[in-house]
Write a protein that binds this ligand. Structure first.
Ligand SMILES: C[S@@+](CC[C@H](N)C(=O)[O-])C[C@H]1O[C@@H](n2cnc3c(N)ncnc32)[C@H](O)[C@@H]1O
Length: 279
């Protein structure tokens, strides 16, 4: 099977061959997919050719988008340049569940699949899980598919598009009544819940602003999954400092039971996760 580089090379000057991207994200399934790629400025003149090559190599891909800049704003969305136009709403297949999403309107990353699996494996029968930055709902669905005896996942989301996709994903995966979807600001809605077994703070750029609330929502012995960004030299240093401060302020005995580098976030920066048991 030829790679993107193999297909594009004959049309690009030799001195630019090193710049041809080696990988791109595909969101979707056989019923249709969207490809998302980063292309360096040196390949500006070849961007459409690259987009068309992706379509040639992947028969399910109907649209190709170029990522421009970093994720932005409260809803954590990229800006995209359309390289090959086509439908961008897709149904993504991950493990044994489906996620309907339009990545131009709501956050979703197939690169978080391993982390979803890792979280879902930890959930015990009967748990109530609070999930304040739920996006289109993938962690809630992963948890309920892996641990069908989960009592409830309370899923809060601010972006109306993402919230509506979450409603659609609950139906698509036949999880009606197992997820309580709420549309609104987590800062306000989290306070309605106490004594939950687990809180999932999947907002690496900003979760620290909600950590105090999370620590007060969780029961004694419960778990908070705290996401943050960490630099290569000492990925957990800043996150651990934040946890120590809040737990100290609240007079809570917190134990970090697990540290995980989730994935790359930017050059020399990782998305990290601390699993905190509140004793
Ligand atoms: C990094 S994304 C993660 C989404 C989802 N958990 C996933 O993994 O696909 C964070 C989500 O939090 C939402 N969000 C940001 N601030 C929020 C707030 N104050 N209240 C509720 N949701 C918020 C964003 O719209 C975005 O969908």
């Amino acid at each position: 099977m030829p790679t993107l580089k193999d297909v594009v090379k004959p049309f690009v000057p030799r001195e630019l061959w090193d710049k041809i991207p080696r990988s791109f994200d595909i969101i979707g399934s056989r019923s249709g997919a969207v490809a998302i790629i980063e292309i360096p400025p040196e390949l500006e003149d070849y961007k459409v050719l690259i987009g068309e090559a992706i379509i040639k190599l992947n028969r399910n891909v109907r649209a190709v988008l170029r990522r421009v800049g970093a994720r932005e704003g409260e809803f954590r969305l990229y800006k995209y340049e359309v390289l090959v136009p086509g439908p961008t709403e897709v149904i993504h297949k991950e493990d044994n569940y489906l996620i309907r999403v339009d990545p131009t309107k709501a956050y979703f990353s197939p690169r978080d699949q391993g982390d979803r699996e890792d979280i879902a494996r930890q959930v015990m029968p009967g748990e109530v899980v609070l999930y304040p930055f739920a996006g289109v709902g993938p962690y809630a669905i992963a948890i309920l598919k892996r641990q069908p005896l989960t009592r409830l996942v309370i899923a809060i989301e601010l972006n109306e598009y993402a919230y509506n996709y979450m409603l659609s994903n609950i139906k698509l995966n036949k999880l009606e009544g197992r997820i309580l979807p709420l549309h609104g600001d987590a800062a306000r809605l989290m306070d309605l819940f106490h004594n939950v077994d687990r809180v999932l703070l999947t907002l690496p750029l900003g979760a620290h602003r909600f950590l105090r609330q999370a620590l007060t929502c969780v029961r004694k012995g419960g778990i908070v999954h705290f996401y943050h960004l960490g630099v290569e030299e000492d990925p957990f240093y800043e996150a651990e400092g934040i946890v120590k401060n809040y737990c100290g302020e609240l007079g809570l005995d917190c134990i970090i039971i697990n540290r995980r580098i989730v994935r790359d976030y930017a050059p020399h920066v990782y998305k990290v996760r601390l699993d905190i048991r509140v004793a």
